[in-house]
Design a binder for this molecule. Structure first.
Ligand code: FE2
Ligand code: FE2
Ligand code: FE2
Length: 182
C-alpha cells in the first residue's frame, strides 16, 4: 500500500477507534441523565465505528510495524446535549472533510481495498450525523429520543431505525448481517 494512503487509513483507524470509545462514555452519561434511547443510539453507533475501525485495520493487513498515529478526535464529557453536538461535529467533519480527502488520495494511488473501507465509512457517517441531530432536538426539549429498534450493518456500519433492510443500501449485505439494538 502506498504510504500516504496507509498514513490516512492509520489516522482513520485511530479516529474511528476513539469515536467507538467516546460514544460508549457519552452513552453511559445519557443513561445517567435519564435518556435511555439516546444511550442506546450511542451504543449502536459506537458499534458502527468499531466496524469502520475493523475495516480500515483489515485493509492495512500488510502494513506492519509501529507508527505514531495522529487522528482528529473530540474530547470533553459534558451534559448529553453538548455531547451530542460533539458527535454531530465529528460526523460532519468526517463526511465534509476527512473521508473525501482520504478518498481522493486513495483514488489517485489506485488503492482498491482502502477505497472500499473509506466508502463504507463515508456513507455510514451520513446516517450517524442525521440520527444524532434528531436525538439532540429531543434532548434540547428535555425529552428522550423516540426511536424504535436501531439496526447496524456488520459490514459497513450503515445505521437505520426499524427492521433490517433486505439489502444494505451501502454495501449490499443481506438482512441477517445486521445487529439490532433494541
Ligand atoms: Fe465511523
Ligand atoms: Fe460515525
Ligand atoms: Fe452495509
Amino acid at each position: 500500500m502506498n504510504d500516504m494512503t496507509a498514513q490516512n487509513l492509520r489516522s482513520a483507524f485511530g479516529g474511528e477507534s476513539q469515536a467507538h470509545m467516546r460514544y460508549r462514555v457519552w452513552g453511559k452519561k445519557a443513561e445517567s441523565e435519564g435518556f435511555p434511547n439516546v444511550a442506546r443510539l450511542f451504543r449502536a453507533i459506537s458499534y458502527a465505528e468499531e466496524v469502520h475501525a475493523t475495516n480500515h485495520f483489515r485493509a492495512m493487513k500488510d502494513v506492519k510495524g509501529d507508527f505514531s498515529v495522529t487522528s482528529g478526535a473530540g474530547f470533553g464529557l459534558g451534559p448529553t446535549s453538548e455531547n451530542l453536538q460533539g458527535a454531530i461535529d465529528g460526523e460532519n467533519y468526517e463526511v465534509g472533510q476527512m473521508y473525501p480527502a482520504f478518498k481522493a488520495v486513495a483514488e489517485m494511488q489506485g488503492e482498491k481495498q482502502a477505497l472500499i473501507s473509506i466508502r463504507y465509512a463515508y456513507e455510514a457517517e451520513k446516517t450517524h450525523a442525521d440520527l444524532f441531530a434528531k436525538a439532540k432536538d429531543a434532548v434540547d426539549q428535555e425529552k428522550d429520543y423516540e426511536i424504535g429498534d436501531i439496526q447496524v450493518c456488520d459490514i459497513c456500519g450503515y445505521t437505520v431505525e426499524g427492521d433490517a433492510p433486505d439489502k444494505c443500501p451501502i454495501c449490499g449485505a443481506k438482512a441477517d448481517r445486521f445487529t439490532a439494538f433494541k
